[in-house]
Design a protein around this ligand. Sequence first.
Ligand code: ATP
Ligand code: MG
Length: 306
Amino acid sequence: TNPIDNLGEQAVELPGYQHIYSGKVRDLYAPTDPKLDDRLLVVASDRISAFDFVLQTPITDKGKVLTQLSLWWFEVLAEQDPTLRHHVISTDVPAEVSGRAMVVKKLEMYPIECIARGYLTGSGLLEYNDRGTVCDLPLPAGLVDGSKLEPAIFTPSAKAEVGEHDENISYEQMIQRVGEEVSAALQEKTLKLYTAAEEIARARGLILADTKVEYGADPATGEITLGDEVLTPDSSRFWDADDYAPGKSQKSFDKQFVRDWLTSDASGWDKNSGEQPPALPGEVVAKTRDRYVQAYEQLTGRKFTA
Ligand code: ATP
Ligand code: MG
């Protein structure tokens, strides 16, 4: 398992909130006022993970960039699809976490990562090379890394414990976990979201290769509601449309510098050693920050201000 047990200690104390959970990247808080117990505060930290490790070096402004990008998408998606329900309530948050937190509706999360893929790569490619399928869905022969999938496919995965790999599952296995009706609805919503977002990204020179979203049930109404973060470089693969070509591994928009450096001789680290990766040099941090900011600015057309 991944030695990230000190994450909770990194979570700051916030007036009016109690820290309840830290994931790899985000810290969750509950309001101390019992009248507000239908809400959560989601704070995005500057933590970055690579090769399933949370690195010890934060990426300056990453939490802000991802929160602002996510908020932008929630708004754009809801505008495009008036039937979409999402969890954002407000961005009125304590000054300590200003810009990188949002107040959300507390949902009963489904234990499924809903993934849509319009291109074959990553864990999908591994299964395809092995068995010709992705999440047990048979795909045409002859596909390579980066091949476009038409139509895009829905490939659920089961949410794993901290430090464990999420595990791709078949649609049948998803039904066993959340039932037939919810599975069908999640599949439909995820593919619809992907299709809308892919088109928006493409118009801005980016390919949205795949994306992961999480839904929960609104405890008050039972409605399936989009939660978590959406369409950020942490949850999605964005590729430069200009640089894209099937048959090679595409440059990831965010973590490429981190991955390249960690696997280079300069880092002195062996990713199969099981040891915690070393601290990142300032230059790698700066370049990575620039990539996140660039993704934000290219997608939203807005200037990022820290
Ligand atoms: P990973 O690093 O693999 O993503 P994680 O998903 O446990 O681990 P984070 O993404 O850092 O951790 O933390 C966000 C957590 O908050 C997730 O467990 C997510 O399912 C949960 N979550 C997101 N939105 C809501 C919501 N509206 N109500 C309840 N839980 C939520
Ligand atoms: Mg998560």
